[in-house]
Design a protein around this ligand. Sequence first.
Ligand code: GTP
Ligand code: MG
Length: 444
Amino acid sequence: MSERDTICALASGAPPAAIAILRLSGPQVRMLAEQHLACGVPAPRHATLTDMTDADGALVDRGLAVFMPGPGSYTSEDTLELYLHGGAAVIAHALATLTAHAGVRIAEPGEYTRRAFEAGKLDLTEAEGVADIIEAETRAQKAQALRQLGGGLSETYATWRTELTGVLALVEVAIDFPDEGDAPDNTTAPILKKLDRVISEIKSALGDGGIGERIRDGFRVAIIGAPNAGKSTLLNRLARRDAAIVNSAAGTTRDVIEVRRVMGGHVVWIADTAGLRATDDEIEAEGVRRAEQAARDADLRLFLVDGAAPDTSALSTDYKTDTDLVVLNKSDIGSLPPGIVADHVISARSGDGVADLEQAIAAFVGRQAASVEAPVITRQRHRARLEDGLRSLETARDMLAEGVGAELAAEDVRMALRQLGSIIGTVGVEDVLGAVFSEFCIGK
Ligand SMILES: Nc1nc2c(ncn2[C@@H]2O[C@H](COP(=O)(O)OP(=O)(O)OP(=O)(O)O)[C@@H](O)[C@H]2O)c(=O)[nH]1
Ligand SMILES: [Mg+2]
């Protein structure tokens, strides 16, 4: 294929809307403007009011056209944006008119940004920032996406890659000119020092408690406790809807039921779980296994204790941490048992004390989010590659320290460079590109 397709798509929201923005990019944009716009190819970067007509000369709509010639456009190709009336018939007529030409088709999800990436306008973490900013629902998500889009992660990776390239050069010198007179320490000590610095920086990025991922994907809170403690009743209250079945029979909930809320400015997933108890029922036992998994995966656990029939055995589980909350339920029944130290006393049924509990959850996620100033890792993809890179660097360091084969150490540093490179998309990304760009909406 000598020329790539010209792509077009609705870039604005679903009709009906005040305005529909159609976006075109590719080699045939000028031709399309000449054939279908009364103004011809609009003056670059000026909004031009014009009629748009179809192949038969019938009026499609009248609107504004903005032409951005390549390579100074987002995709670095000729790009045209049409601001038409945001009705379904207008959009359908306009897109049908454009795609009637050979080599003009509807864009794939994220294809504009993919072209921008391929033209070197942004790296992969910046492209992910574009997807994230569109998905962002909280200010914290937006701020993180904006930072990423602005190259906030790229800079960190560029610094590490520069330092590692320096390390590699030193290792290669050591391979080419082994200095037999010197003690090995004299040549390897400075290399090890540089290597150790990068290793400790990567370790500290990895040890961020997953805050970047939590801000992007949501914090996890699990409601844990004995059967009948009122976990599902509490979930429904927090969800403000009837998400889970409530019943006086113990062992009602089997699956983990998650609801999503924004609390303290962050996305929070609250999980209701099966009551913890030993059981012969195969399905319930699987529910208990899933409950314990949800408890381990959570950032915060609410240990719910039934005030009417206190069973505190869940409080001694190995996944309970100091920041978890012990919540005594059914305060409406009166006479709550003495001797249980609870962070909150509530009635999930009447709602008493639940507002305070919500505030405590919000405060917890707020503190967590603030615990890392500018997370380097915002997705599992980054974490996995960075862990691989760290392993390679640690292997290289151990080999250098033991004085076995600088060649092997060099190979591991090269490997780490490739692993970091795949995060920003400079190397070996064919396999990840599809996954990254498929998350986008069409028109971006
Ligand atoms: N009086 C009173 N009853 C409650 C309260 N919260 C829950 N209940 C009742 O306790 C029973 C069990 O409630 P659920 O929410 O189903 O309890 P659960 O912990 O989800 O139970 P499992 O799913 O079986 O583990 C139901 O009859 C609820 O109406 C409360 O605050 N006060
Ligand atoms: Mg339940």
